[in-house]
Structures are given as structure tokens and as C-alpha cells.
Write a protein that binds this ligand. Sequence first.
Ligand code: ZN
Ligand code: ZN
Length: 91
Amino acid sequence: MPVSSELLEILACPMCKKDVEYRKAEEFLVCRQCDIRYYKERFEGEVCPKCHSALEPIRGEVLVCTACKRWYPVIDDIPHMLPDELREDLA
Ligand SMILES: [Zn+2]
Ligand SMILES: [Zn+2]
């Protein structure tokens, strides 16, 4: 189930508090070892920066802040809205 418009109304970027925009089939690169997904559009590289394992391409959902352009993955229908300091997926 995609993120509902009601939920989207409530969600805000944890860094700048502005609205986020939902994108449903974006490309991600996943490290199975670290269980981290990197957003391909913002990620430069071919291996995981943490463990140097090969990454697996997948499609996934993302929320992108309309103001600061930070991105937040939606994993199993749950938006992961973490501030920068708690994130591991910022390469
Ligand atoms: Zn890794
Ligand atoms: Zn923002």
C-alpha cells in the first residue's frame, strides 16, 4: 500500500519541517550486509561505503523534502524520517 495522502499531509521533513513529496518507484542500492539502502539519485559509488560490499539495485518508495531536498526511504510502508545525525545512509 502506498503512503496515503492523509499521512503525507502530516509528515514533515525532520530537518527543516517543510512538506515532503512522495515518489513511488525510485532506484535504490541496498547493502544486505549492513541493511542500509542508498538512494541512487544521490549516491555516488558502486559499493557500500561502510563495508565495501557489492550493492543490489532495487525499486522503492521515497519521500523528498520540497524545501531542502533531503530524502527519506519508505520501507514496508513505514516512512523513515530520521534527522541527519541518526542516518547511516548518507554517503
Ligand atoms: Zn555495507
Ligand atoms: Zn527539508
